[in-house]
Design a protein around this ligand. Structure first.
Ligand SMILES: Cc1cc2nc3c(=O)[nH]c(=O)nc-3n(C[C@H](O)[C@H](O)[C@H](O)COP(=O)(O)OP(=O)(O)OC[C@H]3O[C@@H](n4cnc5c(N)ncnc54)[C@H](O)[C@@H]3O)c2cc1C
Ligand SMILES: *[C@@H]1O[C@H](CO)[C@@H](O)[C@H](O)[C@H]1NC(C)=O
Ligand SMILES: *[C@@H]1O[C@H](CO)[C@@H](O)[C@H](O)[C@H]1NC(C)=O
Ligand SMILES: *[C@@H]1O[C@H](CO)[C@@H](O)[C@H](O)[C@H]1NC(C)=O
Ligand SMILES: CC(=O)N[C@H]1CO[C@H](CO)[C@@H](O)[C@@H]1O
Length: 313
């Protein structure tokens, strides 16, 4: 399932199998002066079908928006084997319920995506001029422009290595929150303050005080940091610890989820719900909405064979 089925060079509509690797698709459309509307660290391994099932975002989101906008059509196999062929390449269509949207970000719980129609964009080419103008208008105060493709790849490698570097030799509690941009970094500072204030008082099984600055057998906090996606209102909050520890967890949850709920944010901007977060979906979705989701799931997958235990309890 890795065939490119068609590319409309006028509209930019690309139709391909779900098993195409994102990077290979990008390379293919680049040859026609086009670019995929999505790009992420996993590009060398992830499949377009997986991207769609996870509603993946990535570094081009701020420019091209979400897959809910750029996906034009899907081909889907329902749990009972019926093939739904909606590989439309139309930009506009106002003929009722937009069924494909249900499968974008469904994490495989409603059916299997086998084909994708997606709108690619014109590859941008006038960056130098744009930057000069932005500097002269004082919109941009500082920055760096890669001089060649090697430098460009090196710059992106710094960004794409963040996750790996945080994880090296550590354990990490990871959160991918959607928040108003004006509050985006407050959660990082608040969680940091909370742990600084409350952790020194924690005791381990032997009644010894846990000091976060000194390693103990119970585990301590190494750092609280946040990065990513300011343009999208999505922050990756990471609590880096030496060891997973229930006492630390109890300080993080439900505190973080309640914090997000108080600002009408989302408990998952990117990583999805999976098997870990069905119990905390309620912080982002009203009971009536959850009920509707369950109704749709029951109707489409009455025998609950599609990714059981994921997304919905
Ligand atoms: C290094 C790294 C960096 C990443 N960076 C980002 C980022 O910047 N932004 C971002 O949004 N995400 C990021 N991700 C996560 C990324 O969204 C997913 O890894 C990727 O999109 C999933 O694609 P996959 O083919 O690997 O799917 P898998 O991991 O194989 O599957 C993901 C889920 O979708 C279901 N699924 C897979 N294929 C189908 C299908 N054809 N039909 C129905 N259900 C299906 C699976 O059952 C599973 O529940 C990153 C991941 C990694 C490893
Ligand atoms: C998802 O998008 C990312 C970004 O391009 C890519 O790395 C990954 O391979 C894609 N996976 C799919 C399923 O497209
Ligand atoms: C499978 O489900 C679809 C959609 O509900 C329905 O139209 C179709 O008749 C079903 N097919 C079988 C074989 O049950
Ligand atoms: C969150 O949404 C509710 C309901 O729409 C609204 O009353 C409330 O003011 C919102 N809170 C914030 C912080 O935006
Ligand atoms: C599920 C769904 O939306 N199916 C539609 C796919 O498109 C065809 C025609 O293009 C419609 O007849 C189906 O109802």
């Amino acid at each position: 399932m890795n065939n490119i089925r068609s590319l409309d060079k006028d509209s930019g509509a690309l139709v391909c199998d779900a098993g195409c690797i994102l990077e290979q698709l990008d390379n293919h459309v680049n040859e026609f002066g086009l670019t995929m509307p999505i790009d992420l660290g996993a590009k060398g391994s992830c499949h377009i079908g997986g991207n769609i099932s996870t509603n993946a975002g990535g570094i081009r989101f701020v420019r091209y928006g979400s897959l809910h906008g750029s996906v034009l059509g899907l081909e889907i196999v329902l749990p009972n084997g019926t093939i739904i062929n909606n590989l439309s390449t139309l930009r506009k269509d106002s003929t009722g319920y937009d069924i494909k949207q249900l499968f974008i970000g469904a994490e495989g719980t409603l059916g299997i995506v086998t084909g994708v129609s997606i709108l690619t964009a014109k590859k941008p080419s006038k960056l130098q001029k744009f930057l000069e103008e932005s500097f002269s208008l004082e919109i941009v105060s500082n920055g760096v422009l890669a001089q060649d493709i090697t430098q460009q790849n090196k710059l992106w490698m710094i960004r794409e290595s963040i996750i790996e570097s945080i994880s090296k030799g550590n354990k990490v509690y990871k959160y991918d929150l959607s928040l108003p941009v004006s509050n985006l970094y407050d959660i990082v500072n608040d969680v940091n303050d909370r742990l600084e204030e409350l952790l020194p008082g924690l005791t381990n099984k032997n009644g010894e005080i846990i000091n976060q600055k000194e390693p103990t057998d119970v585990g301590y906090v190494k750092s609280v940091n946040g990065f990513g996606h300011i343009g999208d209102g999505n922050v990756h909050l990471n609590v880096v610890v030496s060891k997973y520890n229930q006492e630390i967890e109890e300080l993080l949850e439900p505190y973080i989820f309640e914090w997000v709920q108080s600002l009408n944010g989302s408990i998952s901007a990117e990583h999805g719900v999976g098997i870990v977060k069905p119990t905390v979906l309620k912080y982002s979705k009203e009971p009536e909405v959850l009920k509707l989701m369950k109704m749709i799931k029951d109707k489409l997958d009455p025998n609950a064979i599609m990714n059981p235990y994921k997304v919905l309890m």
